[in-house]
Design a protein around this ligand. Structure first.
Ligand code: KMT
Ligand code: NI
Length: 185
């Protein structure tokens, strides 16, 4: 099962450690849903392509027309240490970020409605959709290995826009995202 929990905000140690916030119960998939993040468990079929049939179905439903594959591991991803640092820089995209984990494990951190970091510990078979406009970041865990399918709509606008740049907060997808998670008044 996917593990979801508050991040401890300890900036002095390796982000690849678990960083579980002490004294807090784990969060549920429902808690995660309040951030607008979509999550499906699509177990990798031991023999054959059964999981890909389900990925194709979800892709058709949501308009994900393109896909590729990425392996994040030393020696597998050119400039691994540089890339991993840029993945971990808090950012948003103007389109969804869709990742289906094919092997290994890692952490997606997303900001909740109170700007707390929520850590999603993903592994093979987890499909995660981060909505456009949500602040997030990614790191491998201490095993330093993850393989994922990246899915895209027709014209992906998924350049990372760093939160450290003030203009990022002003992009339309940020306001649109905040409107979707605002409590009904
Ligand atoms: C991203 O955009 O953060 C990534 O593609 C990370 C690797 S996918 C597990
Ligand atoms: Ni991203």
């Amino acid at each position: 099962m996917v593990r979801i929990y508050y991040y401890d905000n300890d900036t002095t140690t390796d982000p690849r450690a678990p960083h579980v916030l002490p004294g807090h119960a784990d969060l549920t998939e429902r808690d995660l849903a309040t951030t607008g993040v979509l999550y499906w468990r699509v177990p990798i079929a031991a023999d054959g392509r059964a999981h890909l049939t389900e990925i194709d179905r979800i892709s058709a439903e949501r308009g994900y027309k393109n896909r590729d594959q990425i392996c994040v591991a030393p020696g597998r991803l050119p400039e691994y240490e540089t890339k991993i640092k840029s993945f971990f820089d808090e950012h948003l995209h103007e389109d969804e970020e869709i990742r289906y984990i094919l092997g290994g494990s890692g952490f997606f951190d997303v900001r909740d409605d109170k700007d707390r970091w929520v850590r999603v510990a993903v592994q093979a078979g987890d499909l995660l959709v981060l909505p456009a406009g949500i602040y997030h970041r990614f790191t491998t865990d201490e095993k330093n290995y993850i393989e994922a399918m990246r899915l895209f709509k027709d014209e992906p606008k998924w350049t990372p826009l760093s939160r450290s740049i003030p203009a990022t907060d002003k992009v339309p997808s940020r306001a649109e995202y905040l409107a979707t998670i605002a409590p009904a008044s």
